[in-house]
Design a protein around this ligand. Structure first.
Ligand code: HEC
Length: 129
């Protein structure tokens, strides 16, 4: 006998899959929005953020679009506070300051959750390009 369309079991699995994916997608969006806000407030001083400061930033600083294009974007973002020039002015609560030097620009404090939000934001930029 010929069956048309997908079986009820497959239909049920698809529905369950969509139901499980929905909250995750909504959460990812929320984090990306929070990450954008953090980037606008703290990173735009030096980095160009899409749709915010296209002519801003500091010349030698990679734009967020460029950061998002790199294959190793995740590794670079997860450890950005330990990568020059950030160790001097970025502090992560619970992570010992890598240098005893005083900050040479206004210091920034980012929590590990905020770093996840920044990553979600960069992943949203990545998905657009
Ligand atoms: C005072 C200026 C300044 C601020 C503020 C700043 N950055 Fe940067 N950032 C730089 C510069 C300069 C570089 C390039 C360093 C290099 O190429 O050696 C850089 C590079 C990076 C890189 C790539 C690092 C690497 O080793 O490839 C990441 C990721 C990054 N910044 C994330 C951030 C995030 C996220 C914020 C905001 C929370 C931020 N930065 C705030 C100046 C800044």
């Amino acid at each position: 006998m010929k069956t048309r369309g997908i079986s009820p079991a497959a239909r049920l699995l698809t529905t369950l899959g969509i139901l499980c994916a929905l909250p995750a997608a909504a959460q990812a969006e929320g984090e990306a929005a929070k990450g954008r806000e953090i980037a606008v407030n703290h990173c735009a001083r030096c980095h160009v953020i899409p749709d915010f400061n296209p002519y801003g930033g500091i010349n030698s600083t990679p734009s967020f679009r460029l950061l998002a294009k790199r294959d190793d974007y995740l590794e670079r973002l997860q450890s950005f506070y330990a990568r020059p020039p950030h160790p001097v002015f970025v502090r992560v609560p619970g992570v010992p300051a890598p240098t005893g030097e005083p900050a040479f620009v206004a210091p920034i404090e980012v929590s590990p959750e905020q770093i996840d939000d920044l990553i979600a934001f960069v992943e949203a930029i990545r998905a657009q390009q």
